[in-house]
Design a protein around this ligand. Structure first.
Ligand code: SF4
Ligand code: SF4
Length: 341
């Protein structure tokens, strides 16, 4: 018999005292690995399912100790900075251990379920009556059995549980995980099948089918208890009247009896440095924040799309906001820089 507490998963990080990933104060667990590759991804270090090395040039003293320590000969320190051949890197961490100045870091580590739960439970005094734990990613259902076991154990420990999913998963696996969550935060990003594929690498056929299957499960089994839909507002992509109107029509027609909230999450540009540390360009590096007027216009489109207007909320920073001022709920990007969806 499998001892579930010994199951392991690759975890990017835990974010404590989160107020963005469900009700109340929560600990959010970010699992590594994603089934989409959104052009605007705010969490690029979560896409690869393996632990990943990153180099922080401002800490590097140029000693080349890491280059020598790497058993795969994957590192080269050149005039332009550290070059890492990711096709050779195994994520062994030898360069991180060897670096004398903390300039190499390993994103992601393997955790046992027991250790992860113990870490999440540490903060339960802050959760209050509404808070709990949320499993996010990446796409949490990619590590389906680990995620499911974690939710079961967290629930048994008396915690409110949530998952934050893009919905791109095999339906059986997705439902098996979602059944163990009290709340599902479900991303509907783009209504048009072709544009969805262009923006995220996959079309939205499975995503739409899975949210319908989820709604059926809610009606027949009462699990999960609550569904929130989230839509990132990305300038030049999803932040378009037509997209919001069509998504609203879909929600109104198919999910009205099970959805309790539709969050529109304004684009933020805080992931720029993350892309730089991973040695990647970012299409949205120069994209400014949206104005409050632009976001409120789309909120108006959503509220007149056929859904109950009372379920539509928005979050995130806008051009005129003081970085510390937030709308509805926190725009603090937190350690993962997500700032909402
Ligand atoms: S993690 Fe290991 S294989 Fe990858 S660069 Fe560092 S030492 Fe080399
Ligand atoms: S060991 Fe650290 S300080 Fe030395 S070259 Fe490598 S990253 Fe830079």
């Amino acid at each position: 018999m499998v001892n579930r507490t010994e199951e392991t998963g690759v975890v990017l990080e835990l974010q404590r005292l989160s107020t963005e990933d469900g009700p109340g104060v929560r600990t959010t667990v970010f699992l590594k690995g994603c089934t989409l590759a959104c052009a605007w991804c705010h969490n690029p270090e979560s896409i690869d399912p393996r632990p990943q090395v990153q180099w922080m040039g401002n800490r590097c003293i140029g000693c080349r100790t890491c280059v020598t320590a790497c058993p795969q000969h994957a590192l080269l320190l050149a005039g332009t900075g550290m070059q890492l051949d990711r096709s050779l890197c195994t994520g062994c961490g030898a360069c991180v251990t060897a670096c004398p100045s903390g300039a190499m870091d390993l994103l992601g580590a393997r955790w046992t379920m027991q250790a992860l739960l113990a870490e999440a439970i540490k903060d339960r005094a802050y959760f209050g009556p509404d808070g709990g734990v949320t499993v996010s990613g990446g796409e949490p259902t990619l590590q389906g059995e680990f995620c499911r076991s974690f939710l079961v154990s967290a629930h048994a420990a008396g915690l409110h549980t949530a998952i934050d999913t893009c919905g791109m998963a095999a339906t059986d696996r997705f439902l098996a995980v979602a059944r163990e969550a009290d709340l599902v935060l479900y991303d509907l990003k783009e209504a048009d099948v072709t544009r969805h594929k262009a923006f995220t690498g996959q079309d939205n056929t499975v995503i739409l089918a899975n949210v319908l299957a989820l709604a059926d499960m809610m009606r027949h089994e009462g699990r999960p208890r609550t569904l929130w839909i989230r839509t990132p507002l990305i300038p030049g992509a999803t932040a378009a009247d037509l997209n919001i109107r069509v998504l609203g029509g879909f929600i109104a027609e198919n999910l009205a009896d099970v959805v309790s909230r539709w969050d529109l999450c304004a684009f933020n540009n805080l992931a720029r440095d993350k892309y730089a540390r991973l040695g990647r360009d970012w299409l949205y590096a120069g994209t400014p924040l949206m104005s409050t007027e632009e976001v409120q216009h789309l909120v108006g489109v959503a509220r007149s799309s056929g859904v109950d207007p009372g379920i539509v909320q928005w979050s995130g920073r806008t051009k005129l906001d003081d970085p510390l001022v937030v709308e509805n709920h926190s725009a603090d990007p937190g350690p993962s820089g997500l700032g909402g969806c």
